[in-house]
Write a protein that binds this ligand. Structure first.
Ligand SMILES: Nc1ncnc2c1ncn2[C@@H]1O[C@H](COP(=O)(O)OP(=O)(O)O)[C@@H](O)[C@H]1O
Ligand SMILES: [Mg+2]
Length: 465
């Protein structure tokens, strides 16, 4: 836009308008502007804005620079020095009409307004604007403070939640241990009580069997003597001898005593196993024979290994190596064997039930049935690295899929129905082996083929952790 074009439109407007360049040189102005500045219009050309106002040149240059890059009106204040020496405070609004180029400096439109004549409204408005901007500032600060506080709160809530979750986990674990410990302790007491009573009773039988046999043998000898000395029996006695099958009784009597002996011996063994299992009569930490512990645990589970409900007998294969005695919390170690063996039996019963449900027409099902029809548990022990004992308990049951395997040792994790599973067995076993005995427990499984639990414990847990 040329100064002439500017004048063309500025002429018809009632407000004071000036056209200046970026360096502050006046290029043109309309009549109201001339009036305001106290100049004649012809005098505009070649005048510098700096000469007409009292604001420091630096401030003015900054203001003009701001205007020369803004399409929106930039507000400012210019104090005009009139020819008669008076000053006039004007509000100015400036914006670029032609940006700076390589050929010419920027062209700026300035709109001037006498502050004295602008209504009080303007001052009020300015004040209001000022207050408003302060209020906005305050709110912004408050908002920032609030969002910061919020963030801190969020972080604290997260920390709390984490701590609470951990406490909850610990509590659940403690609760699980307490429940199991309570169960085991009352079971142990009961087992020990029964063992004691049965032991007393069987001692009567066992202790007297010897004498009973002796007495009967003597009586029989006496009968034989009678037979030798009085071969001709009266008919009544002869009749009795035939009816009672005297010769058979003499033969059978030895067998009867033999089996009574075996039976009572067996009961004594069972009682010993019950005692081993409960270990209530012994100190907490003890040097024990691990094989004895496994055997007495198997004895406890004997009824579950027998064939029943179409599920064939579970065969237990023992591969015991020579291992040293182990110093440990023996009743707890037995509890681990019980938990793992019970799980293996559950898995074998389960896979048998499932396989009998499936159709047996296909070859695959047929072979599976064959495979399942000999449910087995293999228990192997070994002595390694000078001071570790390993116990592996392996079944050929349903196996465990990966998803379940990762949760095995979590307290309360179970895949069994309510009432059947508590989900505590393995978590307790983990606590006993890892925490109490500084050992290791791991699970290997191929779904459909079986599961193996491997326990590794130091031969003296007192020397560890
Ligand atoms: N030998 C195994 N074969 C298959 N699954 C097993 C075996 N041992 C453990 N499991 C799985 O681990 C889960 C947790 O076992 P456990 O902690 O003893 O609790 P529970 O026996 O009460 O379910 C069982 O529900 C079962 O799904
Ligand atoms: Mg279990």
């Amino acid at each position: 836009m040329t100064p002439e074009q500017f004048l063309e439109f500025a002429r018809v407007l009632p407000e004071a308008l000036l056209m200046v360049n970026g360096d502050g040189q006046l290029l043109a102005g309309n009549q109201p502007a001339a009036n305001l500045l106290g100049l004649r219009r012809q005098e505009f050309k070649q005048r510098m804005l700096f000469d007409l106002v009292i604001e420091p040149a630096n401030d003015l240059i900054k203001y003009l620079q701001a205007c020369s890059t803004s399409r929106a009106m930039i507000l400012g204040t210019l104090t005009i020095r009139k020819n008669d020496g008076q000053t006039l405070i004007c509000r100015s609004q400036g914006a670029v009409i032609q940006p700076l180029s390589s050929e010419s400096s920027a062209l700026i439109l300035l709109r001037l307004e006498n502050r004295a004549t602008t209504s009080n409204n303007f001052v009020l408005l300015n004040k209001k604007l000022d207050e408003l901007s302060k209020e906005i500032q305050r709110r912004k600060q408050a908002e920032e403070a609030l969002s910061k506080a919020n963030e801190e709160l969020e972080i604290r809530v997260q920390e709390r939640t984490k701590a609470l979750r951990q406490t909850l986990n610990e509590l659940q674990l403690t609760q699980a241990q307490l429940i199991q410990a309570e169960k085991m302790s009352s079971l142990g007491q009961m087992v020990a009580g029964i063992a004691h009573e049965v032991n007393n009773a069987i001692n009567f039988v066992y202790g007297n069997l010897y004498y009973a046999q002796k007495y009967i043998e003597e009586l029989l000898e006496l009968v034989k003597l009678y037979q030798n000395h009085f071969p001709n029996n009266p008919p009544e006695i002869q009749n009795k001898i035939e009816v009672m099958d005297f010769n058979f009784i003499i033969q059978d009597f030895a067998h009867i005593f033999q089996s009574m002996m075996t039976g009572t011996k067996r009961i004594q063994e069972i009682v010993q196993s019950l005692r081993n299992f409960s270990r209530l009569d012994e100190a907490d930490i003890k040097e024990v024979d691990i094989h004895e512990g496994i055997d007495s645990t198997l004895m406890m589970l004997k009824h579950r290994l027998e064939a029943k409900n179409e599920c064939p007998e579970i065969i237990v294969i023992k591969e015991y190596r020579t291992i040293p005695r182990v110093t440990c919390y023996s009743s707890q170690i037995n509890q681990v064997f019980l938990n793992i063996l019970a799980n293996a039996i559950d898995a074998l019963e389960d896979s048998y039930k499932n396989s009998s449900l499936s159709v047996i027409n296909s070859q695959e099902a047929e072979s599976q049935k064959l495979y399942i029809s000999s449910p087995k548990i293999k228990i192997a022990t070994d002595f390694i690295e000078d001071n570790w004992v390993t116990i592996s308990i392996q079944d050929n049951g349903s196996g465990i899929d990966e998803q379940v395997r990762t949760k095995l040792f979590d307290p309360f994790f179970t895949t069994k129905t309510v009432g059947k599973g508590t989900g505590l067995g393995l978590s307790i076993s983990y606590q006993i082996i890892v925490k109490k005995h500084s050992g290791q427990i791991s699970c290997l499984s191929t779904p459909g083929k079986g599961t193996e639990f491997v326990i590794k414990i130091p031969i003296n847990c007192l020397n560890k952790g």
